[in-house]
Design a protein around this ligand. Structure first.
Ligand code: GRF
Length: 207
């Protein structure tokens, strides 16, 4: 598989940083070909530039429509020969233009054990629900929000004195492990999607 990643962000970019670190440390054999933000002031753009990575803003507010914005993002990804798209705190719903440009090649990270607590404020939802175990999920993106086939999940305990901030911080540590692990697994091939499940082919490469 083409190991050129396109990372889409909207904010601080700590998961982007985790991917950059994993590549730098030799834990992940990939290249971040481009980082694209839909906000000009996303902190992650600075992280990318400091790492010498091509980084740009495709501002959704400048586009005539949602589809136009996505087509512009897809053009930038294709222009850099991106093979796998990684959403890392990208606060936009993904629609047909990107899904058609990158079929089964868009990953997202979500701070809950999906299918529990999709959408916004997942950590708060989990805490308020009273779960004893929370976590992070890396999944393929489909037209349905936070609902595509699951690649990797990692768990954390929820403690009695947790606040939204403490549980989010504990989950974030696992997000930073889960994302490089999931990208590695996807790029290694030797897997297939069966229904909703991602399963290894017999004799497939270990992640
Ligand atoms: C993470 O919690 C991620 O799971 C969610 O948005 C947050 C992004 O954080 N989708 P960062 O920008 O990667 O630091």
């Amino acid at each position: 598989m083409n190991r050129r990643l396109g990372v889409l962000i909207s904010g601080r970019g700590s998961n982007l940083q985790a991917l950059i670190d994993a590549i730098r440390d030799g834990r992940l054999d990939a290249v971040v070909a481009v980082v694209i933000s839909n906000h000009p002031d996303a902190g992650g753009l600075e992280i990318a530039r400091r790492a010498g990575i091509d980084a740009l803003c495709v501002d959704h507010r400048m586009a005539a429509s949602r589809d136009d914005h996505e087509r512009a993002v897809a053009r930038e990804l294709r222009a850099r020969d991106v093979g796998l798209v990684c959403l890392a705190g990208y606060m936009r719903l993904i629609g047909a233009p990107l899904l058609e440009a990158y079929p089964q090649a868009i990953l997202n990270i979500h701070p809950s054990l999906l299918p529990s607590f999709p959408g916004l404020d997942a950590q708060r939802q989990a805490l308020e629900h009273g779960v004893k175990v929370a976590g992070a999920t890396v999944h393929f993106v489909t037209e349905e929000l936070d609902a595509g086939p699951i690649v990797v999940q990692r768990t954390v305990p929820v403690l009695d004195d947790d606040t939204e901030a403490t549980v989010a911080a504990r989950i974030l540590v696992e997000e930073h492990r889960a994302y490089p692990e999931a990208v590695k697994l996807v790029l290694s091939g030797g897997w297939r999607v069966e229904g909703r499940r991602i399963v290894r082919d017999a004799g497939g490469a270990p992640a």
